[in-house]
Design a protein around this ligand. Sequence first.
Ligand code: F6R
Length: 611
Amino acid sequence: MCGIVGYTGGNPASSILVSGLRRLEYRGYDSAGLATLGENGLELRKRAGRVRVLEEALEANPARGTCGISHTRWATHGPATDANAHPHLGGNARAVAVVHNGVIENYAALRSELTAQGYAFASQTDTEVIAHLIARELGEGDDLYEAVQRSLPYLEGTYGLAVVSPRCPGQVIGARFGSPLVVGLGEDEHLLASDALAIAPHTANVAYLQDGEVVRLTPGKFEIRHQEHGPITPRIDRLDWKPDAVELGGHAHYMLKEIREQPDTVMDACRGRIRRAEGTAIFGGLNMSPRQLRRVRRVVFAACGTSWHAALVGEYLIERLAHLPVEVEYASEFRYRNAPLDDRTLVFVLSQSGETADTLGALREAKRQGHPTLAIVNTVGSTIAREADGGIYLHCGPEVGVASTKAFTAQVTVMTLLALYLGRLRHLSFTDGLAVADALAEVPSALTSVLATEPAIEAAAHRIASARSALFMGRDLHFPVALEGALKLKEISYIHAEGYPTAEMKHGPIALVDSETPCIFVAPRGSLHGKTLGNVEEVKARHGMIISVGTEGDESLASLSDVFLPIPDLPEVVQPLVAVVPLQLLAYHVARIRGCDIDKPRNLAKSVTVE
Ligand code: F6R
């Protein structure tokens, strides 16, 4: 949420900062700004709107200098205006410029105190108090690094900060508490960013900051201090992304690119994790022995949004294959509830970004209670990945589209492997285990054939693009898929959509059924198929518009449907991985037809790092 980029080196900062912001724009896109340190001191440009509006302002009035900071914003305090855009200036003589991710909870008290001391505020943001605090601590001096460190204890809340001052040319100071920051190590240049995506074009060598750490970057050097423990020797990591991982590569949108990557996603999530000879899966990073895992009597998953839906698929799979009770919790609820957990409960959190504030809160709460806490995460080096006792990476590469697609598929793949593993530690037979492994091996080619049906899905999208509301229904493993389909449609096309277990429809939602309301059934052939057909009949009897995702050749479903979207015949346990794809493409094309901004839907941002 919000993007930060900082640069110091030998090249013009402005273009590096802006291209970095473009890569981070999916994290927030209400306004954008930068501050550079040039021969004439601090140059500030900021605009409400997208990064391209800032670029236009820079074309008209370039910002000079080889050192600077920049920001793209997802508004928390104060609307998206030029004044509220970051950077914010501190001191009444433009002594410092600050960009900030996170929320300062005691900003109102600090603002009153600073106002009383004569500092003038130009925005409604919480960030501006940080700028004035640092300016106050800097005084007439020139040690910005020290001034930032002296200011931080006043702040309550979360922050990822980047700071420059014309008194300290060539220096960028960063500080992290609860909001990620990573340093990029180039040749005679250093970068700072809230997400390694902005750094990747410049260098693969990075150092992730930890909470409580403050960094000083100059072109030739970087140094890190922990607020309590003093100087830190940083660990240098390497980004191992495929070179085209963050390029559009000819696709119209990142969402479409990521939908189309899903055959690889499943293969990458399975790679090295299937032991055919033993009919099971293995994981390298759980840090728990089979003996410890066999003692587990209950699993709790905590997650948000799409990750929560993937966890729900996991619930069905683990109950089915391992006969273990599973509960799926909204991370935001779990962290503040007093949920009873005993010493045989295993807590997992799921997160694509590894930075979601609520999910991180749930992880910390479970750890505080002394429970072994594992994470299923995509982003290597993210806070959740680092703080969990062990975990499983998704390996699906950076996900840029705000609407999550390939991360869902990767999470569900991992859930299937996990259910297989936990099942084989219990009573799942070798033959049944092998059948699950073999079923997973069929998925990539099944996904490729579903992707080839995109024109038919696009035609279906034309039929529903002017709907005001849509219902998504599925039973058993397909109930979470229905929820995910509804979430995709609502978040990018702004059509109201709800997901229900199919049979729940007659307990209320059926009142909404009319010829204008698409009813989308996720109904591949399986154990409850006959019952689902009965529910589809009930909608048809009320003249509902029926769109179904079903098994190729299923004439009974096809004949009831206004639009039938086929998927290949697959074993039930892997059907969710494939059935979700027509729904992702449907949402994508509806949003496109409606002219929506698919990769940057209104009010949303990737990676929700505030509560
Ligand atoms: C929906 C979507 C969100 C995220 C949610 C959790 O398309 O992307 O619902 O799934 O914000 O994010 P992560 O998985 O990063 O914790």
